[in-house]
Design a protein around this ligand. Structure first.
Ligand SMILES: Nc1nc2c(ncn2[C@@H]2O[C@H](COP(=O)(O)OP(=O)(O)O)[C@@H](O)[C@H]2O)c(=O)[nH]1
Ligand SMILES: [Mg+2]
Length: 404
């Protein structure tokens, strides 16, 4: 029978009972679920109420604080404005520093040879040393003399360094390096390093120096610098010894956008060129006159004669007014450059120096001996052959660029 019931879909009594039981269980479970839901909702509601109450407390505390005047909205607003202003200022300062760093970086790059050469050796000299003693100072002295700094300057540097080491109670040799940097900085002349151009006046710059040191190149760079400043520039090609020299200065003048005055014939009188140059400069109201001179002078008397002739022509034009008389020195020639400086300083009035080719020297110590022996400022340094490779000499920047 059971078999037939199954076959034709009829449910047995037992099956029906089972189904009813299942239904009951389901009902009971849903009721339980609903009850739990209800409880949960009630809890949530209570929590909401509690949170609201908490918010109220916080709010009232805040109001209390505000009332107390600890932090009024006005204060807050002012503080915000001040903060914004400060941030703005910081940003501006950052831009200035960045600009300076860019310049500084490139000077650092240009002086790579000096930094890695002599000053690199000096830096390494202190590394790994354990004691500061007489022997250390002696070895350092030798290094400085080798670097074209000159004996007299070196002695002064070492004496001053010993004093500073004692004064600062320095015991570790590696701490001597930064002190040396400060000491050496002190010995470079900082005053009068800038060429100040007077407004509405003819500013004369006479450039002297032996052959090949970089006079003509430097004049081209200077002319370009002053043209960029909006100045009217006239160059006098008073190096009349070689036709090639005139051509070279002509090329530079063209590049810089300056006018050039030259002799009508090869080997003409330099004095006559200076005279014509000053005349022309006056006619067109030039701001800057730069005079290139010959370096191939055979002896001291010859040099003195030539330069005094030129100086007299300038004086006849401007009287006792100041003009620059700059000696160009090749930074790679070391003590030889210093010897040249001494001779020129004896035979003519110098107002300062330009040291060229500092990009190509691993020493660069000649700057220190000039400061010490001639006691006149360095106005520019040449750090390459291109038109932009002339830098105003700034002691701090120079020192930062050569010391690592
Ligand atoms: N590397 C380098 N070369 C320079 C610098 N100044 C000049 N020179 C080079 O030195 C050489 C002689 O320069 P020049 O101006 O003719 O010297 P002058 O005889 O004194 O007029 C040229 O080849 C220049 O390019 C410099 O700052 N750095
Ligand atoms: Mg020349």
């Amino acid at each position: 029978m059971g078999f037939f019931n199954k076959l034709f879909g009829k449910k047995s009594k037992k099956e029906i009972e089972n189904e009813e039981l299942n239904k009951k269980i389901e009902l009971a479970l849903t009721e339980e679920k609903n009850q739990k839901k209800k409880e949960k909702n009630e809890e949530g509601y209570e929590k909401e109420i509690r949170d609201e109450a908490k918010d109220d407390i916080i709010e009232s505390e805040l109001i209390e604080e505000l009332d107390k005047g600890i932090e009024t909205i006005d204060d807050f607003e002012n503080e915000k404005v001040e903060q914004e202003e400060e941030e703005e200022k910081e940003k501006e300062e950052e831009i200035v520093i960045k600009k300076k760093n860019n310049f500084f970086e490139s000077l650092k790059n240009k002086l790579y040879n000096s930094r890695k050469g002599l000053f690199g050796v000096i830096k390494n000299f202190f590394v790994g040393r354990t004691v500061i003693n007489e022997e250390m100072y002696e070895e350092l002295e030798e290094l400085l003399v080798q670097s074209d700094i000159g004996l007299s300057m070196t002695t002064k540097i070492i004496e001053s360094l010993e004093k500073e080491v004692k004064l600062n109670g320095v015991k570790n040799p590696e701490e001597v390096y930064p002190l040396l940097k400060e000491v050496m900085k002190k010995f470079l002349i900082t005053e009068g390093t800038t060429i100040v151009l007077k407004e509405k006046e003819m500013n004369i710059i006479l450039v002297v120096g032996v052959n090949g040191v970089g006079k003509t190149t430097t004049i081209g760079k200077m002319a370009s610098k002053y043209r960029d400043m909006g100045k009217k520039v006239v160059i006098g090609a008073a190096d009349t010894f070689r036709a090639a020299a005139v051509e070279q200065v002509e090329e530079w003048a063209k590049r810089a956008g300056a006018e050039i005055i030259k002799s009508s014939k090869d080997g003409g009188d330099p004095g006559a060129v200076v005279f014509d140059t000053l005349k022309r400069a006056e006619e067109i109201g030039a701001d800057v006159v730069i005079i290139d001179t010959a370096g191939r002078l055979h002896n001291k008397n010859n040099l003195m004669d030539e330069l005094s002739k030129i100086n007299n022509i300038i004086k006849r034009k401007i009287g006792d007014k100041f003009y620059e008389s700059l000696l160009v020195i090749d930074g790679t020639t070391g003590q030889n450059g210093l010897a040249q400086a001494k001779v020129f300083n004896e035979v003519t009035r110098l107002t300062g120096f330009i040291v060229t080719k500092l990009d190509g020297t691993a020493k660069g110590g000649v700057l220190f001996s000039i400061s010490e022996e001639i006691k006149k400022p360095i106005k520019y340094i040449g750090v390459g052959e291109k038109i932009e490779d002339l830098r105003e000499f700034n002691v701090k920047e120079y020192i930062e660029a050569i010391f690592d």
